[in-house]
Design a binder for this molecule. Sequence first.
Ligand code: ADP
Ligand code: MG
Length: 219
Amino acid sequence: MPLLVAHELYRFFHIGDDETAALRGVSFQLAAGEIVALTGPSGSGKSTLLSCLTGLDEPDGGHVEVSGVRLTRRSEAERTRIRAASFGILLQSGNLYGHLTIEQNLRFQMLLAGNPDEERLTALLEGVGLSHRATAFSTQLSGGETARAGLAVALAADPPILIADEPTAEVDRETESRLIGHFEARREAGLATLLATHSEALANRADRIVRLKDGRIVR
Ligand code: ADP
Ligand code: MG
């Protein structure tokens, strides 16, 4: 059974008299142990799709299921609960609280997931090469450090599905290949990863590429 299923998703945005169809009937599945790269030009609907898949946004049509549980057409509170149990999320807007240090961000994320674990926290910081930055605030980090700290936070609760929106957009090649290493380690562990990306290096390491154009999946 696929971990994540989207069936015929539609999403429309209205600004004044203008209507944008950001998603026009997108169906998609993600299996355990898979890395999928979501590509497509700017404005093709990648971020909107990721938001609908994680229940951060509600599609106007279609449905989403996570591990066999329907996520769409539920209360905000229910979506939040399902999201916390199912997804690690790294969006373009970032996932770090500026008034908390990196280790406080990680601790907070673990508390939210109901699973505080100082050993895991230490291992996560080491894994992304940020042990020496544990007490820095996110506002003090470089682009590459921010991306790695964001990944550590997204992975804090050991989620079955990792969703990342252009995780390597602001990082150098070395950081990118390090992040790719993390995604591949997740695959080995049977977890699933969905990444929106413009990076060919990243897309080429995925098991599968899904291309969006004008809100539709294209071949
Ligand atoms: P991508 O991530 O591929 O660049 P997006 O999903 O951000 O694409 O956007 C898809 C389309 O939906 C674009 O035309 C964008 O302008 C529009 N859009 C996205 N979010 C909103 C929003 N909150 N309000 C209005 N229009 C939006
Ligand atoms: Mg986007």
